[in-house]
Design a binder for this molecule. Structure first.
Ligand code: PLP
Length: 394
């Protein structure tokens, strides 16, 4: 009989996938479900990027690529980052997700602690379980702007701490750490030289406030910092599976060794595509950012105008993370009482045909995540449905 390993059994099907599947089932039943569950830009990959990938394939870039990434792409990544880096400090992986996975597999021994501010991107939790790390979760609520304070960081550090995982702009809240916020955290980290910093900056180009990389806020900590980035969100290239890590050469070398036995490196054609994205025209970033900003403004204003919902204004990414605690204790038209974010999201899916993800999936119940990487038409219709459903509560 089939038996999963203990490590694999710890990894659950993500709540986001479960919601998407429930939405798909309703759609198959002929229901017109609007899903705001996933985080990928609704824009197409730029045409010049697709052309470059096709040209590379025709030119024979179809053999095993260098495990660490092509020198041309790593060089472009170095330039794009603005950091003072050499090619041995850069690894190209199959999406930012695999950068995180490689880093954890390369550094974690069972029981090592990793500090994760909550709410966090759900995959952090699963990846940490899979790598047998102990996740040390620090609640960072709406009152704190969903950001970790230096005091909280100091209190969480033990001699077993390996990493602080920080994501700015953040999924699921869109919260951003300012240069001052990062400087405050860096001050604590300087007194704990055994703690490394994993800064996930995949939403860098979807920032409505000035973006500061942790590496620029604390260049003196670069020798124990891994910056994670990629083309997925900025260039609408989620399916190309291409991300990168920038960090000290010894860490990158250990990650390359892991990657060499898992995937042999990112797809050669995707690497050519990413090279074109980074070295081609960049004006699309501003155009798309303006579109996301206008959607954000609209979604935040609409949600705050509904009874019982409170929606903070996010500084970046393409998610809002409103509180639905005001609906707790209220009854649906079918007579069910809402007592949790999961109840609220279930009600909205069943009765309003809108798919959202409950906050508990991200480690902060009482909220829900709505992605606004969807067309204005879908958003307008979805918001009208949410309003009707909330209005119907008594
Ligand atoms: N990091 C965060 C915070 C994300 O939200 C995501 C995607 O949802 C990723 C990393 C993964 O990015 P990629 O598609 O490059 O693997």
């Amino acid at each position: 009989t089939f038996r999963r390993s203990a490590r694999a059994a710890a990894v659950e099907l993500s709540e986001i996938v479960k919601i998407s599947e429930a939405a798909r089932t309703l759609k198959l039943e002929g229901k017109d479900v609007l899903s705001f569950g996933t985080g990928e830009p609704d824009f197409p990959t730029p045409a010049h990027v697709i052309d470059a990938a096709m040209a590379a394939a025709h030119a024979g870039e179809t053999t095993y690529p260098p495990t660490q990434g092509t020198p041309a792409l790593r060089s472009a990544i170095g330039k794009d980052s603005g950091f003072d880096v050499t090619l041995d400090q850069i690894i190209v992986c199959t999406g930012a997700k695999q950068v995180l996975s490689n880093a954890l597999q390369a550094t974690i021994d069972p029981g090592d602690e990793v500090i994760v501010p909550a709410p966090f991107w759900t995959s952090y939790s699963d990846m940490l379980q899979f790598s047998q790390a102990k996740q040390v979760t620090i609640p960072c609520g709406a009152d704190a702007g969903f950001c970790l304070s230096p005091e909280q960081l100091e209190a969480a550090i033990t001699d077993k701490t390996r990493w602080l995982m920080l994501n700015s702009p953040g999924n699921p809240t869109g919260a951003m750490y300012s240069a001052d916020d990062l400087a405050g955290l860096a001050e604590i980290l300087r007194t704990h030289p055994h703690v490394w910093i994993l800064a996930d900056e995949i939403y860098q180009h979807v920032s409505y406030l000035p973006f500061t990389s942790f590496r620029d806020a604390a260049p003196d900590l670069a020798d124990r910092m891994l910056i994670v980035n990629g083309v997925s969100k900025a260039y609408a290239m989620t399916g190309w599976r291409l991300g990168w890590g920038i960090g000290p050469a010894e860490l990158i070398k250990a990650m390359v060794a892991v990657q060499g036995q898992c995937t042999s490196g990112a797809s050669s054609v995707s690497q050519a595509a990413a090279l074109a994205a980074l070295s081609g025209p960049q004006d699309l970033l501003a155009t798309r950012l303006a579109e996301f900003k206008s959607r954000r403004d609209n979604v935040v204003a609409e949600l705050n105008d509904m009874p019982c919902l409170k929606c903070p204004n996010p500084g970046g990414a393409f998610y809002v993370f409103p509180s639905c605690e005001g609906t707790f204790g209220k009854r649906t038209p079918k007579g069910e009482t809402i007592t949790s974010d999961a109840d609220f999201c279930r009600y909205l899916l069943q009765e309003a045909l809108v798919a959202l993800v409950p906050g508990r999936a991200f480690g902060l119940p009482g909220h829900f995540r709505m992605s606004y990487a969807y067309s204005q038409t879908d958003l307008t219709q979805g918001l009208a449905r949410i309003r009707r459903a909330v209005d119907a509560l008594t």
